[in-house]
Design a protein. Structure first.
Ligand SMILES: *Cc1c(COP(=O)(O)O)cnc(C)c1O
Length: 566
């Protein structure tokens, strides 16, 4: 089907995968992206296979008590309902243990393309010691020590390569989605008589981490304890991860033929972080999978105007031809669906005629969920002058992360404080279904990370597919996707402007919150309440300019041309 079909199978390794709502096998954007990548492979009928861990206890279900305190409980999902058990097993050595690894298969099927299997590794077998059985159970092993986490990565990388071999895949490219999978290079070095060039020929690496301190690194002695010395010597490992640490990103950078960041801005930041690899670091801006992330009512309107838009989402550019009324009505219908959803879940009543902001992201400090409330009095003035808003939040803090939990408590605090003025609700247990309900049902998608921390972001793309404009700091994909007042709005200065470069951390929050209030008061609210025609233009532009471009098919065509064809 595609002229770019590579020889051999592409194996896409990722610690987490957002496959289906019932499978609690992801933590956030990285996993959702991995899901959209394999959905993109399936649409293009590319010979590919996904590889991950079973993660059968999930990340956890989020409960929030009346004080806004998050509680996470393990949320096992029914593996047999989604996956087929495979007979194959492989063995590897971890420390003194011989570990047996089994596997399950989940099929990603495309309506108009092919099927791509995702192989999920499982160490929970009777023959394994207790701690080994736990390795593939919870996403990112919350509460476990570094030794345990390294063992998990070894299973993913080394066990993964062996399992694909055992299952008979003829892999031509191993694609590491983030550094967690980078130990697969050690297995490949061993198989190729330590010929690093031969390994590079087979490896592609996508980095997602724009902050130096956030790259995974561990004491090298820990790896020494766990790594099978018959496989590879620590002397060799140190050549590819120097400086006395095992640094998963450097290992992948050193042993890949092609590396990319996930947006243009992220490419720049990655090149600054790893100057010795600058030439090799390319950019492929993320895209979200259109058929997965368009609400039902909007899909009906698209069906009437753009044949085959699911298969060729570039056609969303013809959204310019959709009339105001059907577009607005489809949006309002999706908004009512969201209002019902929120009432069912949270017992909170939202108003169909009030501008609704949506904000759903992992609760981590750099995403700054409470930025809207930085100056509550100013916010009150904005509303008094320009019209009401209501806000829907969602997002999990990583289990055991006190700073993430505090963010949710803060939002709860503001919801109480502003109870009589603004309806603010925090939905429990953000998942894929909720992601779709929110990005397709709010009026404006709010995003205000500290820059340059948002490598790309994809939820704003889902919003664009649904004609929901984004209101965001100019970071990640928004550097490319934003046309002021046309596809959405910016918050704060342009990247590389003298103003941006001078900002200290505290200043950034002040500058951004002020910009947020100004734009909300002078542009967003007046357009929404007083110029509906202009508003619907912006909705249409979000679909036509951003939806037609920031989709998984375009992303996968770029991977096929730039990464796999190399
Ligand atoms: C889309 C999505 C994400 C990723 O969105 P970002 O914009 O990258 O934060 C995370 N979680 C869920 C459930 C999603 O649907």
């Amino acid at each position: 089907m595609t002229t770019l079909q590579p020889d051999g199978t592409i194996a896409y390794f990722s610690m987490e995968y957002g496959l289906e709502n019932g499978m609690n096998t992801y933590n956030g954007g990285l996993g959702i992206l991995a899901g959209d990548v394999v959905r993109g492979f399936a649409d293009l009928d590319v010979d590919a296979v996904g590889l991950t861990l079973l993660n059968d206890r999930g990340l956890g279900h989020q409960y929030i008590d009346e004080y806004g305190t998050q509680h996470i409980e393990p949320a096992p999902w029914p593996v047999e309902e989604f996956c087929e058990p495979l007979d194959a097993t492989v063995e590897m050595t971890i420390g003194d243990e011989t570990v047996t690894i089994g596997a399950w298969r989940y099929d990603v099927e495309s309506e108009h393309g092919g099927t791509v299997p995702v192989i999920m590794l499982d160490t929970d077998r009777e023959e394994n010691p207790h701690w080994i059985r736990e390795l593939t159970r919870r996403v990112y092993a919350p509460g476990k020590d570094d030794r345990f986490k390294l063992a998990v990565y070894l299973v993913l990388g080394i066990g993964g390569v062996r399992m694909l071999d055992e299952l008979g895949y003829d892999v031509s490219t191993y694609h590491m989605n983030e550094g967690h999978a980078s130990f697969l290079t050690l297995e490949l070095l061993s198989r190729n008589d330590l010929d690093a060039d031969a390994v590079r020929e087979q490896c592609v690496f996508t980095t997602h981490t724009p902050v130096a301190a956030a790259h995974d690194e561990y004491p090298i002695e820990l790896l020494n304890e766990l790594l099978d010395d018959e496989l590879i010597s620590m002397y060799t490992v140190r050549q590819y991860s120097p400086r006395g640490k095992i640094h998963t990103t450097r290992l992948a950078l050193n042993l890949s033929r092609y590396v990319n960041g996930v947006a243009k801005r992220h490419q720049e930041v990655s090149r600054e972080m790893f100057p010795e690899h600058a030439e090799k670091i390319d950019a492929i801006t993320n895209g979200a999978h259109v058929p997965t992330w368009v609400g039902d009512e909007m899909a009906e309107v698209f069906d009437e105007h753009m044949r085959n838009w699911r298969r060729f989402p570039t056609k969303l550019q013809h959204a310019t031809l959709i009339d105001d009324q059907p577009l607005w009505e489809a949006h309002q219908a999706q908004k009512r669906d969201l209002i019902d959803y929120v009432e069912d879940r949270q017992g909170v009543e939202l108003d169909e005629d009030v501008l609704t902001l949506g904000f759903a992201r992992r609760a981590v400090p750099y995403k700054r969920a409470p930025l809207l409330f930085e100056d509550v009095d100013r916010l009150r003035e904005v509303i008094a002058r320009s019209g009401d808003v209501q806000v829907v939040y969602a997002g999990k803090a990583f289990p055991g992360d006190p700073r993430g939990r505090e963010i949710i408590e803060q939002i709860y605090g503001y919801a109480d404080e502003l109870e009589d003025e603004i309806t603010i609700t925090y939905l429990e247990n953000y998942d894929m279904e909720m992601g779709l309900a929110l990005t397709s049902g709010v009026d404006v998608w709010l995003n205000n990370p500290r820059r340059p921390r948002e490598a790309s972001g994809t939820s704003g793309m889902k919003a664009a597919f649904n004609g929901v404009p984004q209101f965001s700091t100019i970071d990640g994909w928004w550097v490319e996707g934003h046309i002021e007042g046309e596809t959405g709005w910016s918050i704060g200065p342009e990247p590389h402007s003298p103003r941006e470069e001078r900002m200290t951390d505290a200043k950034e929050t002040l500058v951004d919150s002020t910009a947020l209030y100004d734009t909300l008061e002078n542009d967003v609210l007046p357009t929404y309440y007083d110029d509906r025609e202009k508003w619907v233009d912006i909705m249409r532009n979000a679909i036509a300019f951003n939806g037609s471009r920031y989709h998984a098919r375009r992303m996968m065509e770029e991977y096929l041309a730039d990464a796999y064809d190399a």
